[in-house]
Design a protein around this ligand. Sequence first.
Ligand code: V47
Length: 402
Amino acid sequence: MTEWSLTRWSYLRDINNEGTGIAVWQPFAEISRGGEPVEEGTMEFIDPKLAPIWEKVHTGTRLSFDDGRTLYASHDLSGVGRMADFVRRKRHGNIAYYVYNQHVNYTNVCSNRCTFCAFATDEGTKNAYTWSIEEVKARLLERKAEPVREIHMVGGLNENLDFDYFTGLLRAMAEVRPEATLKAFTAVEIDYLSRISGLSLADTVEKLKEAGLAMMPGGGAEVMSERVHDALFPKKIGKARWLEVMETVHAAGIPTNATMLYGHIETIEERVEHLITLRELQDRTGGFSAFIPLAFHSKNTQLAYIPATSGVDDLKNVSVARLMLDNFAHIKAYWVMIGEKMAQVALSFGADDLDGTIIEERITHTAGATSATGLTRDEMFAMIRGAGFEPVERDSFYNPVP
Ligand code: V47
């Protein structure tokens, strides 16, 4: 019998049904859903409006704006999810990815002060912090014994920091963690760095790349709608500039992710518009790696009256993204925001990636997230196995880590 390392999962099942209550070592293949080929063409729906969309999905035809709206509006969650699972399985079979990563939030001082954000504050308040380069290095050194493959670093727009701080930060991180990919700065920060450095966008990106920037996270666009922008984050760059930054970064050979913040005041139409805008940019550049729907958390924000997103909406956002974003390889279920259990379910609703170990998430937890602030590799592994998928640890570029 194949031997397995001890994970929490191994305690959970008496797989051989011997009624002993004692965990039995069991090879994954015997408990997984096996990745059997999906029978093409057959699917029944509770919502008849989904049938014409299925015609398109199983023949690989691109979905329209109206299709996106129908998917979001449908009460047939399992129907939407089964279509997304079909597409996900065609691309990734029974594999689900995770990365051994570490988050670094170098400052929470931010001049944008978006109404949905609980993390940002003003200089001089009791919670304000800004880490020196030495402090950031010390935080990385604390975890030096762990096999971290990716550093995910974002922060506020702190007017006391100059451009040299940012290139110095990247260089110092590359020195401490040469084996890890530096995935840093949202498009909002890149725009800001271009303004404080006096350099063009392209030159700013080039200087950051020279200092070690290898990938960029997806945040900052929120929902690309002028209405939502003006109401919730008027000081932040808008749609046109966000797209310009992403296009420039892709042209420099740096892949990025893309996100959408949902569950606040946005409409279904604005969500679909957002997805189609991303799909169009991806057609031009091919530079997006993963899409991550971000569930809004309202605690400690100016929008505290807005209730938490529902599990149905969390799954819908994963599934609709998988179906609309036909040119994105990866859809992440960000367990930090939707919780570990919902993230497990999302793997059967179109997601192929759970992000990673994280180690000390701050942005969502300041806004009331109740998920863990980090997970161990064994916990990631068990989460994926428990959902019936085969865990693959990856690097930032989805190469399996040996
Ligand atoms: O842009 C801020 C969001 C984003 C809240 O690329 C909030 O791999 C929910 O982009 N409730 C930053 N969301 C995080 C981000 C990200 C996260 C994980 C993985 C990747 C990736 C990117 O966080 C912001 C904003 O959309 N955010 N406040 C909040 N209260």
